[in-house]
Design a protein around this ligand. Structure first.
Ligand code: CTP
Length: 405
């Protein structure tokens, strides 16, 4: 069997020297690499280096192979395209659909997943133009990795470093595995509504009460449901991960906003999952002006928020499958299961996905494990990355749905 093909686009930034290492890391993962280097990239690293490491001639000019229409051929045969480093200038060109070099032309034809790894000076990354360009590209489904923090060119330090090649290679491999995973299309025809992230409650214009949720597990559930053919609506509160291409995304950052959106949308969905970590209390009197430090004690009055899942549980129809989470700080699984059972009944849901959490486990981390608890059964899903866990959760829901129907 031929190895998956990664097209590595290299654009003209100092981090281009790390692309040489990235080629190594990708090939270590059993991936074929075809480099497309822009003319600016070649001012930083020689073509020979890329060619030797990738064991393929480097594509540098859109006119080189005009008779083969190379950008079309390559875009069609690539399993994924990764651009590392992606400069601010390149991102701007991509947003506007320019196709005046081999890399941009290839990207304009491509239908495979595309991973962009920006690297630039902090000021360029923070510039409103770049921020908007990144947001636009994410909305279009490009996976844009966050740059790292540390040494930039010369003396300067800050956000803008290319993520480590080994980390980029890991993401590329994950994207390729996902693409080739033979997931059944057993959710086609289903509408799925998922909340993700963590709600925040305002204290004053610059402060809030929040939690450590990242949105990774909810987003993984959305990606998994999409891969199985569902129409997915994702309601996100303060997500720290990119919004997956193909979902309808609605932002709801406070508990009140989330409650309104979930209640409005729930009725038209077959499966509703409340994955978001919802604030249990809100500040009764948030101030319009910044609270000054003029007393040695500050009392905030907190009032209970609405329990969104319980409200959804009251309004649900018997045809709708309703899922909640229970993240608990417990010492053993019996305790976890009994807490989940209590929530299952109190909130009138079909399934509680329970996990034991601490500062370093479950919330905000990349891995997770869970116990699925219904009135009839409990199932342990072992520790894995959140996408694998999401696949396991959907495997269970699809089977249980069939029983409920
Ligand atoms: N939930 C919700 N609205 C809230 C609080 C929680 O919809 N105001 C949902 C969560 O999204 C999750 C489930 O309820 O799916 C359980 O949340 P959790 O915080 O574990 O439970 P609580 O009901 O808040 O109870 P406690 O904090 O006492 O464990």
């Amino acid at each position: 069997m031929s190895r998956p093909l990664v097209v590595l686009g290299v654009t003209g930034g100092i981090a281009a020297y790390k692309s040489a290492d990235l080629i190594r890391r990708l090939r270590d993962q059993d991936l074929d690499v075809q480099v497309i280097a822009t003319s600016s990239a070649l001012k930083f690293v020689g073509e020979t280096t890329f060619a030797a490491l990738s064991a393929k001639p480097v594509i540098t000019d859109i006119w080189d192979q005009a008779h083969n229409v190379e950008h079309v051929q390559l875009a069609k045969s690539a399993d994924t395209i990764v651009v590392a480093p992606a400069t601010a200038d390149f991102l701007a060109h991509l947003v506007y659909g320019f196709a005046n070099d081999a890399l941009l032309a290839t990207l304009l034809v491509a239908k495979c997943p595309v991973i962009l790894c920006p690297a630039m000076h902090t000021e360029m990354w923070d510039n409103a133009a770049t921020r908007e360009n990144v947001a636009t590209l994410r909305k279009r489904g490009y996976l844009v990795l966050e740059p790292g923090v540390g040494h930039l060119t010369g003396e300067d330090q800050g956000v803008g470093r290319l993520p480590e090649p080994i980390e980029i290679a890991r993401v590329v491999k994950q994207v390729i595995n996902r693409k080739s995973a033979e997931l059944p299309k057993d959710l086609s025809g289903f509408n799925v509504l998922i909340s993700a992230g963590g709600t925040r409650e305002s204290i004053d214009p610059i402060r809030f009460i929040g939690n450590r949720a990242s949105g990774k597990q909810g987003v993984a559930l959305a990606i998994s449901a999409l891969s199985r053919g569902a129409k997915v609506t994702l309601v996100g509160a303060n997500l720290t991960v990119p919004i997956p291409a193909g979902v309808e995304f609605i932002s709801a950052n406070s508990t009140h906003e989330m409650s309104e959106v979930m209640q409005l949308r729930a009725a038209s969905n077959d499966v509703v999952i409340m994955n978001a970590a919802v604030a249990d209390y809100y500040v009764k009197n948030p101030t319009d002006k910044k609270i000054k430090k003029n007393t040695n004690q500050l009392n905030l009055v907190l009032e209970e928020t609405e329990d969104i899942l319980s409200t959804l549980g009251k309004k649900r129809t018997s045809k709708q499958y309703l899922v909640g989470f229970a993240a608990e700080t417990v010492s053993n699984s019996d305790e976890l299961i009994s807490m989940a059972m209590e929530k299952l009944t109190r909130k009138n849901v079909d399934l509680i996905i329970a996990n034991s959490v601490s500062e370093h486990q479950g919330i905000g981390t990349d891995d997770n494990q869970a116990i699925l608890v219904t009135h009839k059964t409990t199932i342990n899903l072992p520790k894995s990355d959140k996408l694998t866990l999401a696949d396991g959760i959907w495997d269970f829901i699809v089977k249980d749905l069939a029983k409920v129907a």
